[in-house]
Design a protein. Structure first.
Length: 232
């Protein structure tokens, strides 16, 4: 399995197929890795020690999370009227769709059973990904906001845990909302599409999202995430 790196750009070419049954959410047909990176290690600063002195220090440092990996990028696609053989009767192309990008370790999400993640679900996630109960970057600490109403797969979900990712100012922004869901077996991370917004790297993106990955205690094993889209 492939390690999922930080700051990966994803460009989706997606199809929403409409035949005998309308499918509101489909797997992303293409996921292109445009490159990934991680934060550079800080350079140690110094101070002068003088025998006999006592010195008060104010120290600031940074540490890379061992709990999360991040994705950001752009979405394009189309809505189609087609049969099961893929023969298209009509196509509505859109370069700037609205909707959601979704990621889960579940390769076959049960969209009829999707709900807001509960506190019990969050506790399960933290155990699975070796997140300490008092970790500053824990699941509950990260998804500490509330998203009032999300319509997904023809269902209305109210008051789900959510988080705001950062914009070009380095501040949490309502332009990049992510909601934490559960399908009965696994977490589903739902990033709300918002077209051409300046993101954390001062470039325009349609979404930013976080997903869990265990890197604690030197863990280098990998996790596969499956991506889905709902276009509106």
């Amino acid at each position: 399995m492939r390690k999922l790196g930080m700051s990966m750009v994803l460009i989706f070419g997606v199809l929403l197929l409409m035949s005998g049954m309308v499918l509101a959410v489909n797997g992303a047909e293409t996921v292109t890795n445009e490159g990934s990176s991680t934060a550079a290690s800080g350079v140690a600063d110094s101070t002068t020690a003088i025998a006999g002195n006592v010195t008060e220090l104010t120290i600031f440092g940074k540490s890379t999370t061992q709990t999360w990996t991040g994705y950001f990028g752009n979405v394009s696609g189309s809505i189609e009227l087609a049969n099961s053989a893929g023969n298209v009767m009509y196509n509505w192309s859109t370069a700037s769709p609205s909707g959601e990008v979704l990621a889960s370790t579940d390769s076959n999400v049960d969209w009829t059973n999707i709900v807001c993640a509960s506190l019990a679900n969050i506790a399960t996630l933290e155990t699975t990904f070796n997140v300490g109960a008092s970790a500053v970057d824990g699941v509950e600490e990260t998804f500490s906001g509330i998203y009032p109403t999300l319509t997904l797969a023809s269902q209305t979900l109210n008051n789900c845990n959510s988080t705001d990712l950062f914009d070009e100012q380095g501040a949490a922004s309502t332009d990049f909302k992510e909601v934490l869901l559960w399908d009965g077996d696994a977490a589903v991370f739902a990033s709300i599409l918002n077209q051409d917004v300046l993101g954390f790297d001062n470039k325009q993106h349609d979404f930013e999202m976080l997903v869990l990955e265990d890197g604690h205690n030197g863990d280098t094993s990998t996790t596969d995430y499956y991506f889905y889209v709902e276009l509106e």
